[in-house]
Design a protein around this ligand. Structure first.
Ligand code: ADP
Length: 163
């Protein structure tokens, strides 16, 4: 049986923390779908299109064959089911992630008990990177090259140049 995994997120923008999870997740499944949430209610800084494009750029550097990037705006569990996924993969950083993630996996399991959630613990070198923190630093002109790849920095530069 082909194992299909979905790694969902807002990716506003994709960071080295996400990339670390993608690299590890792809070794656990035959096919990995990175699901970029349109998430209007979170008021993302980058459009869904740009977020997906940044994720796609980084994913292609890891594997063009095994990874696919798709935007979604419906219920995650329905998206996963529609794509015949067996597992949803999520990264866990500090304890602060735990409660929300634990509840979400419980709800998803109630909605569809055929799809499991797997948590991957954040790696030592990337565990404190968050998209929100990166945005704050970048908007104030700080150097975010230790947290996000060069392609993302280019997208930040476009935003700040437009202002
Ligand atoms: P969401 O809005 O779904 O939380 P994010 O893009 O913030 O979207 O996060 C997507 C997933 O990536 C979540 O499972 C989150 O815990 C995980 N993640 C984010 N940053 C890191 C990191 N530095 N290390 C490990 N996992 C991370």
């Amino acid at each position: 049986m082909k194992r299909i995994g979905v790694y969902p997120g807002t990716f506003d923008p994709v960071t080295f923390g996400h990339i670390d999870i993608i690299k590890r997740a792809v070794s656990l499944v035959d096919h990995l779908i990175i699901a970029v949430a349109v998430n209007f209610n979170k008021k993302p800084m980058f459009s869904a299109n740009t977020r997906a494009e940044m994720v796609k750029y980084e994913a292609d550097l890891i594997s063009t064959l095994k990874i696919e990037v798709i935007e979604f705006s419906d219920l995650l569990i329905d998206f996963a089911d529609r794509h015949n996924a067996n597992v949803i993969l999520r990264g866990l950083r500090a304890v602060s992630d735990f409660e929300y993630e634990f509840k979400m996996s419980w709800v998803n399991h109630k909605l569809n008990d055929k799809i499991e959630t797997i948590f991957l613990p954040a790696s030592k070198d990337t565990q404190f990177i968050s998209s929100n923190f990166v945005k704050e630093v970048a908007l104030l002109g700080g150097d975010v090259s230790k947290f996000v790849p060069p392609y993302v920095i280019q997208q930040f530069n476009k935003i700040t140049q437009d202002d």
